[in-house]
Ligand binder design. Structure first.
Ligand SMILES: [Ca+2]
Length: 689
């Protein structure tokens, strides 16, 4: 026995843990018959045969048996859990020879190797911590690791270097609300009713009744049930209330998060004084017309009345005038109060800053994230850090302002990168890096039409890819996808297979030991085999690209083929015509006269034409019609799998409902408060102490 122990790698002794390597050594040893103490399967936890080499052996033994008894360990499936518990005990060596069949069974060892359970026997890998970073509207071309040479993103680039970089990572929707709904549930947003048939495809108001339905299961909920501490810090954008201003039916705390610190709706230009309005284009398009029609009608009626051709009752005229005034008044009131009513910061269910203050907002999110990790470092935790950057209104703290070569947009990207660096540094400092899976992505592509009133480009870069946010051209949906987990997944590797942001759901669920729901279709696939290199092919043969609630395009990656076909049923009409976006309307729409329908569908091979410049024809692609037939069949099969669900983004669920308005003061005080920098600060300090 001493001989075997002496052959253990030095690090086993150093950390006092039985990591995967040490474990395999023991198994090799027992296969050779060197370990003499192996008995038949243990029926009683007290029969566990083990050896502890430190002087507190008897105490540790009692603890181990206590853990085993408490958890009623019975069989093979519990070995992993037991060993995970044992890892928490400060013993130098623990030899567990509970089952010869388990520990020395080569098929079991093989299954450990191929399915990661082998690594999961190490505490570091059993129920790893999960940190998910999500940027808002960041383009894939904004990061150094994806080819940017002018913005400085060293910390995000380090994730790529130390882990796996996905080059064909696809957002399930090119817009915030549906993309995040799909990300959290592992299902196309259309399955939960989180897609719109209207022009607007995202929630705009804090007092809308639409949102992620309570019956949807997020990965946060699954991990919470598995004992994870779960937090969302940053942006939510999936609704707040259903029927009253405090039922919180759609709130993050109702969807599996123990802790929420952030913005429940969205960061918009209207949230920051002096940054313009996202409603400006709409107002410019419609308000002058309404005012003109009203004015002409009033003047015409007055003239006809005065010359005696038409008798218009004074009351009717006054009524008409009053209605026009009320309409314009409401419009101005809406624009004036928008910031107060929609741009606020919450901690859990409580509004703590209304409207929010942009000063050091990124620092506050970063500090909150670090505090959460520190509080929960002894338990497995899930941290979803959803930055409001780099959606407009753009912001950066003083230390970053004017420092990048891409104006305020670049400053915001670099500040976000700094924040990620702070979190990664904290993981290193607290020795958590090796037991933490880190992921970075953006909710969709950059918003190319974002240009400020003085002509400054406020949207990001989608690299070589066409279009951007709100379109299913690659620029709208191909997002960064970076994973890091030292020692468990591959490092410095690029994977070019199609993957989806919906894949996070089954991946983290499985790592946490949670069962996937079996009463619904999950569209994502576990990414671990790809990340670990045990498979080279993505399970996504087809991906369906939605523009709001409309099936816009289908991607097909046939098995055993390099080709990646993408067929569009319609495409947006860019304006101006030869530009790269819908600059006249600020964002592209998905239906009616805003799109061009294609019959036959517009077909590309992304493996040869990632820029989507050259649509294929029967002349240039001999299998043109066969490919389209397969795609049509897949689309039809997919469409049949969609259940009829209430539409959360219908006009009824999207409009502002005064009785749902969250407000931390009276309406007369215009919903203003700042507990964040007042008494809450004191409370917070006390709480974290
Ligand atoms: Ca977004």
């Amino acid at each position: 026995m001493t001989e075997i122990l002496s052959t253990y790698p030095r690090k086993c002794k150093k950390f006092g843990v039985l990591n995967a390597t040490c474990y395999r050594l023991i198994c090799s040893a027992c296969e050779l018959g060197i370990v003499p103490s192996i008995t038949s399967p243990v029926k009683n936890p007290a029969e566990i045969s083990w050896k502890v080499s430190n002087e507190h052996a008897s105490k540790e033994r009692a603890k181990i048996i206590g853990v085993a008894k408490k958890n009623n360990y019975k069989g093979m499936k519990d070995v992993k859990c037991l060993i995970s518990e044992l890892r928490k005990l400060p013993v130098l060596y623990i030899l567990i020879s509970m089952y010869k069949e388990v520990l020395c069974n080569s098929s079991f060892i093989n299954s450990l190797n191929t399915t990661m359970l082998g690594d999961a026997i190490n505490e570091k890998n059993s129920k790893p911590n999960i940190i998910l970073f999500m940027a808002d509207d960041l383009g894939i071309g904004d990061l150094g690791c994806y080819g940017n040479t002018t913005l400085r993103t060293p910390n995000i680039d380090k994730l790529a270097k130390g882990g796996v970089q996905l080059t064909q990572h696809i957002a399930a929707s090119p817009l915030c609300t549906p993309s995040r709904a799909a990300f959290l549930t592992g299902r196309y947003a259309v399955r939960s009713g989180m897609t719109s048939f209207l022009r607007t495809g995202v929630l705009m108001f804090s007092a809308s009744s639409g949102g992620l339905p309570p019956e949807e299961i997020t990965f946060a909920k699954l991990l919470q049930q598995k004992g994870y501490a779960t937090a969302l810090i940053g942006k939510w954008h999936l609704g707040i209330n259903c029927n009253s201003s405090n039922d919180f039916c759609h709130h993050p705390l109702s969807h599996g998060f123990d802790y929420f610190y952030g913005i429940p709706v969205n960061n918009l230009r209207d949230c920051k004084p002096g940054q313009g309005s996202v409603f400006k284009k709409g107002c410019e398009m419609y308000v002058p017309t309404v005012i003109q029609i009203t004015g002409i009608a009033l003047i015409s009626l007055a003239v006809l009345h005065s010359i005696g051709l038409l008798r218009v009752p004074r009351r009717a005229l006054s009524c008409f005038f009053l209605m026009a005034s009320v309409f314009i008044g409401i419009l101005f009131l809406f624009l004036y109060t928008f910031r107060h009513l929609n741009c606020f910061l919450m901690r859990n269910h409580r509004i703590i800053q209304q409207p929010w203050n942009y000063d050091n907002l990124t620092q506050r999110f970063t500090e909150e994230a670090k505090r959460f990790i520190k509080r929960k470092m002894d338990a497995p935790f899930l941290l979803f850090l959803a930055y409001p950057q780099v959606h407009t209104a753009l912001f950066a703290s003083l230390a970053f302002r004017g420092k990048s070569v891409h104006g305020l947009y670049g400053d915001a990207v670099e500040e976000m990168d700094w924040s990620i660096g702070q979190i990664l540094h904290a993981l290193d400092q607290w020795n958590l890096s090796a037991q933490t899976l880190v992921y970075f992505t953006s909710d969709q592509g950059a918003h190319v039409e974002e240009v400020s009133s003085n002509g400054e480009v406020n949207g990001g870069c989608n690299g070589i890819y066409k279009g951007g946010k709100a379109t299913n051209w690659e620029g709208g949906i191909r997002v960064p996808g970076l994973f890091r987990w030292p020692g468990v997944i591959q490092s410095d590797v690029q994977i070019h297979e199609p993957t989806s942001n919906m894949d996070i759901f089954p991946t983290v669920a499985r790592l946490a030991g949670a069962q996937l729901p079996n009463d619904r279709i999950i569209d994502g696939h576990d990414l671990m085999p790809l990340l670990q290199g045990t498979t080279l092919q993505s399970k996504h043969e087809f991906l369906f690209h939605y523009c709001n609630a409309y099936l816009n395009a289908v991607r097909w990656h046939p098995r055993n083929s390099e080709s990646i076909w993408k067929a569009f049923f319609f495409t947006p009409k860019f304006s101006p015509k030869n530009s790269n976006g819908c600059f006249h309307s600020h964002v592209c729409f998905c239906h009616g006269d805003f799109v061009v329908h294609h019959d036959p569908p517009l077909l590309f091979d992304l493996s040869k034409d990632p820029e989507e410049k050259n649509p294929l024809t029967p002349e240039t692609e001999s299998h043109f019609y066969e490919i389209l037939q397969v795609i049509q069949q897949a689309a039809s099969h997919h469409t049949k799998s969609l259940p009829a669900v209430p539409n959360q983004l219908s006009l009824k669920n999207m409009i502002w409902k005064p009785w749902l308005q969250p407000c931390c003061s009276s309406f007369l005080e215009l919903c203003q408060c700042d507990y964040e920098t007042q008494e809450d600060k004191g409370l917070l300090e006390g709480w974290h102490r």
